[in-house]
Ligand binder design. Structure first.
Ligand SMILES: C[S@@+](CC[C@H](N)C(=O)[O-])C[C@H]1O[C@@H](n2cnc3c(N)ncnc32)[C@H](O)[C@@H]1O
Length: 196
C-alpha cells in the first residue's frame, strides 16, 4: 500500500495519547526532516511510537525510538493512559505495545525504526545523529540527558523538544545546559536549535 504524507500523518495519530505532541509539532519536525535530508532521527520519549511511525512511513529515515517504557514517575494520569493503551493493570511496561504499533506498519516503511530502552540507548555506538527530539520525563534528574543527547548529534545537526515552559524547570535547565553549544532556530513551548 503506497501512502501519502497526509495519510501517514492521519494514520499515525491513532497512536497519540493526551501526553503526545500535536499536529503543529509534527509539521515543524516534518519540515526540517524533509528540507535537511535527515537520515537519522532520535525520538526520545517515543511513548507509543506515533512520531517514529509517521517519519519512517514518509521518509527514508532511521528512527531511534527510545523511552523508559514505564511512564513518567509519579504521573498518575500517564499511568492510567498506559493501562488503557496496554489493556493491563499488571504489566506497566509498554515496550511490547509500542513494538506492536510499529509492527502494524513496518512493511510500508520507507525508512526504519529501532526501539530501545533509554538505559541501553546511551551505550549504543552509532553514527552522529542528524536530529534529536526530546520529550521524555521533564524532571530535574534528567537534565544531564540533554548533554548526553547533544553529544550524539552531529555538528550542524538539530536538537529540539517539547515543554519548554518556565514551570517545567527540568526542561528549562536542560535546554540552558546546552544552548551555549547551539544556535537557536525556534524558541517556544516547542524548541529547536542547531548544534554548532
Ligand atoms: C510526554 S510523554 C511523550 C510523548 C511522546 N513524545 C508523544 O508525542 O507521544 C513522555 C514519555 O517519556 C517517557 N519517559 C519518562 N521518563 C523518562 C526517562 N527518564 N527516560 C526516558 N523516557 C522517559 C514516558 O514513558 C513517556 O512515554
Amino acid at each position: 500500500m503506497k501512502t501519502s504524507g497526509l495519510q501517514n500523518f492521519l494514520l499515525s495519530r491513532q497512536y497519540r495519547t493526551p501526553h503526545s505532541i500535536h499536529d503543529e509539532d509534527i509539521v515543524l519536525i516534518d519540515c526540517y526532516v524533509a528540507n535537511e535530508n535527515v537520515q537519522t532521527f532520535l525520538d526520545y520519549g517515543c511513548h507509543f511510537g506515533h512520531l517514529s511511525i509517521y517519519l519512517a512511513l514518509t521518509y527514508d529515515v532511521h528512527c531511534y525510538a527510545v523511552d523508559n517504557f514505564t511512564g513518567t514517575p509519579n504521573d498518575k494520569v500517564m499511568a492510567n493512559t498506559i493501562k488503557e493503551q496496554t489493556g493491563t493493570y499488571e504489566d506497566t511496561d509498554f515496550y511490547l505495545a509500542t513494538m506492536q504499533n510499529i509492527a502494524n506498519h513496518h512493511v510500508w516503511f520507507k525508512g526504519s525504526v529501532s526501539l530501545n530502552y533509554a538505559k541501553d540507548f546511551f551505550a549504543i555506538k552509532q553514527e552522529p545523529l542528524d536530529f534529536a527530539y526530546i520529550d521524555a520525563g521533564h524532571t530535574e534528574e534528567e537534565i544531564g540527558d540533554f548533554q548526553r543527547i547533544l553529544d550524539k548529534v552531529k555538528k550542524g545537526g538539530l536538537i529540539g523538544g517539547h515543554d519548554l515552559h518556565p514551570e517545567i524547570t527540568g526542561v528549562v535547565k536542560g535546554v540552558q545546559s546546552i544552548e551555549s553549544q547551539c544556535d537557536w532556530l525556534v524558541k517556544g513551548y516547542t524548541w529547536l536549535m542547531r548544534k554548532r
